[in-house]
Design a binder for this molecule. Structure first.
Ligand code: UDP
Ligand code: MG
Length: 314
């Protein structure tokens, strides 16, 4: 029997957990051909979350949990889930039932058809403000523009990953993680499933705008070094300006038969030295970018099949 691990990061979710457990339990009992593991990652909750999880585990041996020493954030909770999962595939789910468990059979169906990464794309975003929708849309656009890897829009972390995707992700040990772009980076056979994202069942969102902006910056900077190029790009118009002004000053001197004025010389010097400085920053940025990419220590490539056998990345 194949085993499916459902990974649920939970941070202060005492209000949602009972609903979640009830709905998951119902669903799991209906999928008799699979063995299940429900893996909670308690991300340093300050409420009763961990005790609830322990209670569930006592009466239900399909439940296991990883308990963090403090709050590390959802991204780290997710990689811990991957490290501890024992299933043949994993499914990431939020604790607040925004990801309907009823979609799981469909995800599993595509997995059985041979897809490695079945991700749920939201049709609608009930219960989210227009500002959050708008910022998220703009963010995807910028990210897509800066990176060469196709990023799936309107997809959260709700997805099923085959064991070999799990193994691949486990090799990416960088500390400032942004799973969404990592899912894209690993590649493999992907399948999209549409669903309606429900509003949070209970409790409050654990996100605030600072966390979101941090995540957005991590997403861009962990994936591309293009912000480092800004400097190089700025130096180009500076040099063009220098060149144009230089021609203008010389031409004016020749035409009017005068010497170069002091202020003109100062402008030329300022343009020249700031251009040089910005360019040097850009060069340093280029090297920094390379060091940055190397220091991530990612595998250089991931193999899909070797001699007809699926590569498991372990
Ligand atoms: N979460 C976590 N650590 C955190 C913040 C959130 O493990 O520091 C979990 C949270 O318990 C939930 C999931 O990540 O299961 C998504 O969080 P939330 O619903 O608050 O985010 P939103 O859906 O509003 O983006
Ligand atoms: Mg939520």
């Amino acid at each position: 029997m194949k085993k499916i691990t459902i990974i649920i990061p939970a941070y202060n979710e005492e209000e949602s957990l009972p609903h979640l457990y009830e709905r998951l339990e119902k669903l799991i009992s209906s999928m008799k051909h699979y063995e299940f593991e429900i893996l909670f990652v308690n991300d340093g909750s300050k409420d009763n979350t961990i005790n609830l999880i322990k209670e569930y585990r006592e009466k239900d041996n399909r439940i296991s949990y990883v308990d963090f020493s403090r709050n590390f954030g959802k991204e780290i909770a997710m990689i811990a889930g991957l490290d501890y999962a024992t299933g043949d595939c994993v499914i990431f789910m939020d604790a607040d039932l925004q990801d309907p468990p009823e979609l799981i059979p469909e995800l599993v169906k595509y997995w059985e058809e041979g897809y490695d990464d079945v991700y749920a794309k939201r049709n609608s975003r009930k219960g989210e403000t227009w500002l959050k929708k708008f910022t998220s849309k703009m963010y995807y656009r910028v990210l897509q523009h800066l990176t060469n890897i196709p990023i799936q829009e309107d997809t959260g972390d709700f997805r099923l990953l085959d064991k070999r995707c799990v193994n691949a992700l486990k090799k990416m040990r960088e500390s400032q993680r942004q799973s969404k772009s990592m899912f894209s980076w690993i590649g493999y056979k992907k399948k999209e499933v549409l669903y309606d994202r429900d509003p949070r069942i209970a409790g409050k969102t654990k996100w605030n705008y600072k966390k979101l902006v941090d995540l957005a910056i991590d997403g861009i900077t962990s994936f591309t070094t293009s912000p480092l190029r800004i400097s190089t790009y700025i130096s180009i118009p500076t040099f063009i300006l220098l060149f144009v002004y230089f021609i203008y000053v010389i031409a004016k001197c020749i035409v009017t038969n005068t010497v170069v004025q002091a202020y003109q010389a100062i402008i030329l010097l300022i343009l020249f030295f700031s251009g040089v400085q910005i360019l040097l920053f850009g060069i340093i940025g280029e090297y920094l970018g390379r060091i940055f990419n190397e220091s991530k220590n990612r595998p250089l490539y991931l193999v899909n099949e070797y001699n007809g056998k699926k590569e498991m990345n372990d």
